[in-house]
Design a protein around this ligand. Structure first.
Ligand code: ADP
Ligand code: NA
Length: 328
């Protein structure tokens, strides 16, 4: 009945920022609207454990991520939204796939190197992260995986593992295709050489979906710009102001060129106020809904419980077949 089954995961980093919203969550909401497309979304708490976590904070971050995804428009009746650790087959299939891959296949992947740069020793989970990610995708026999550029190599490994398994044991897994969005990466408001990120220690570098109107306005006022006072869209030579234009464009569906055109009379200070107006108007309803959902504990519990049931239904079917094929 579906010709496209999309799987995507997001780490429970708490309330998302604008980069997460436009880079991941909003594209999911658009996919949910497509006829013939089933969307499966996983809050990947097993993946979160690859870096140190405080248990109380992790639990809060998981619930905040659920509330945020719902507030942005994911309908838990249409799409499957669930918590990774509630479906044990992720870890189980991950183990089997891990037994089918080798160190050299993982060694060249860039993410574990970046994330362990400042560590003395590399946690094993961080190194095998892409194997677990392959299990996430394959358990649901996903046909399409929307990811950022940094994850393309991981989906290639997933395709390789699907192929290896199918050849050795018999066909189970379709090879998933990558969907890469057309969004330009949103940059840090404090340093446009870096992407907007939750891991940035400067909270002024990003706008989060629950930021108050005042906080949004302050962060945009403090956003770095350059010594030129007019507005133009030149991502190479004027990355800071172009990033603000990109944020503005993402909210309005105007092209950067059209935004420049309508902002000819504004200097950068006035333009920041204009961007603040746009961001505030669009985020206010989402913020209200996140706050409401956070408080509605029983509804959130029910979404998490029923999402786990629906995901487990699919995962169990796939994994039972896998067990039989490998000889368990
Ligand atoms: P963070 O760096 O904040 O921890 P992640 O790397 O966990 O974000 O990414 C979560 C999702 O959000 C991914 O789909 C990623 O592509 C997207 N994303 C993160 N930051 C940005 C950004 N600055 N611009 C666009 N998309 C982003
Ligand atoms: Na749909």
């Amino acid at each position: 009945k579906y010709n496209k089954r999309v799987f995507s995961g997001i780490q429970p980093t708490g309330v998302p920022h604008l980069g997460n919203y436009f880079g991941a969550i909003k594209p999911w909401v658009d996919l949910q609207k497509e006829d013939g497309t089933e969307v499966i979304l996983c809050v990947v708490d097993l993946h979160a454990l690859t870096l140190p976590q405080d248990p109380t904070k992790l639990r809060e971050n998981i619930r905040d991520m659920f509330a945020s995804i719902l507030a942005c428009g994911i309908d838990p009746k249409k799409s499957i939204l669930f918590q990774q650790s509630s479906v044990s087959q992720h870890a189980e299939l991950g183990w089997i796939l891990g037994c089918m891959t080798t160190l050299p296949k993982l060694e060249h992947l860039p993410q574990w190197k970046q994330k362990s740069e400042t560590m003395k020793e590399v946690p094993l989970g961080l190194f095998t992260y892409p194997v677990l990610q392959a299990a996430d995708i394959l358990l649901y026999k996903a046909t399409h995986v929307p990811v950022g550029d940094d994850q393309v190599k991981h989906v290639e490994l997933c395709r390789h593992l699907a192929n290896l398994f199918n050849k050795k044991y018999g066909f189970v897994f379709p090879k998933p295709k990558v969907i890469t969005g057309d969004l330009k990466r949103l940059k840090s408001l404090r340093n446009p050489a870096k992407k907007m990120s939750k891991s940035d220690t400067d909270a002024n570098s990003r706008i989060e979906l629950t930021d108050s109107d005042d906080v949004i306005r302050q962060k945009l006022k403090k956003a770095v710009s350059d010594f030129t006072s007019y507005i133009s869209y030149e991502p190479e030579s004027r990355p800071a102001i172009s990033n603000l234009v990109n944020i503005h464009a993402a909210f309005t569906d105007l092209l950067p060129e059209e935004i420049v055109e309508e902002s000819l009379a504004l200097d950068t200070l006035a333009y920041k106020e204009r961007v603040a107006d746009v961001v505030i108007a669009n985020l206010a309803p989402i913020r209200k809904e996140i706050v409401r959902l956070r408080g509605d504990t029983s509804y959130l519990d029910e979404v998490i419980r029923s999402g786990a049931d629906r995901a487990a239904g699919i995962a169990t079917d796939t994994y039972d077949k896998v067990k039989q094929l490998v000889g368990f």
